[in-house]
Design a protein around this ligand. Structure first.
Ligand SMILES: [Zn+2]
Length: 140
C-alpha cells in the first residue's frame, strides 16, 4: 500500500471496533496499477496497489493539472535500470507508469512538499503554494 495520511491513520484508529470501522477504506481507498510496458515487444505487466491519497509533485508544477501530468508521466527504464521482460526473455528498455484504475468516492491529493537538494543532499521544503487542492469528490 502506498502513502496514507496521518489524518486517515488517526481516523481509522478512532473508528476501530465501531460500526464504522471500514468507513475510511470505503471513502478513500482506490486502486492503481503500476504498468510496465516493454519497448521491444509491447508486453504490458500490471502490478495493482491500493491507495488512500495521490501524492502529487509540487516542485516545477504551477497547478494541480501540471502535478497530475507529472504523476502519470511514464518513467523510462534503460541502462542499469532495464526491465526483465518475460516475453522477450531478457532485459529490455521499458516504460513504467502509474494508472489510476479505481477511484474512491472521495479522491484526495497530498502535496509532496519536500525534495532533495542535489548539492547538499539535504531535504528541502518546496514553497510553491499554487497546488493546494485538498479533496475532490469523484464524479463532480
Ligand atoms: Zn518484451
Amino acid at each position: 500500500m502506498r502513502h496514507r495520511s496521518l489524518l486517515v491513520d488517526a481516523l481509522e484508529k478512532s473508528l476501530k471496533r465501531t460500526s464504522r470501522e471500514n468507513l475510511c477504506q470505503r471513502l478513500y481507498e482506490g486502486r492503481l496499477l503500476n504498468r510496465t510496458t516493454c519497448m521491444v515487444c509491447g508486453n504490458k505487466r500490471d502490478s495493482p496497489e491500493s491507495f488512500y491519497d495521490v501524492l502529487v509533485q509540487v516542485l516545477n508544477c504551477d497547478d494541480l493539472p501540471a502535478s497530475l501530468r507529472a504523476y502519470i508521466q511514464p518513467e523510462h527504464m534503460s541502462g542499469d535500470n532495464k526491465y526483465f521482460c518475460e516475453v522477450c526473455g531478457q532485459k529490455q528498455e521499458a516504460h513504467r507508469a502509474v494508472i489510476l484504475d479505481t477511484l474512491p468516492p472521495v479522491l484526495t491529493f497530498s502535496c509532496q512538499r519536500f525534495d532533495i537538494d542535489r548539492n547538499t543532499w539535504q531535504r528541502v521544503k518546496v514553497n510553491n503554494n499554487n497546488v493546494c487542492v485538498v479533496c475532490v469528490r469523484a464524479g463532480e
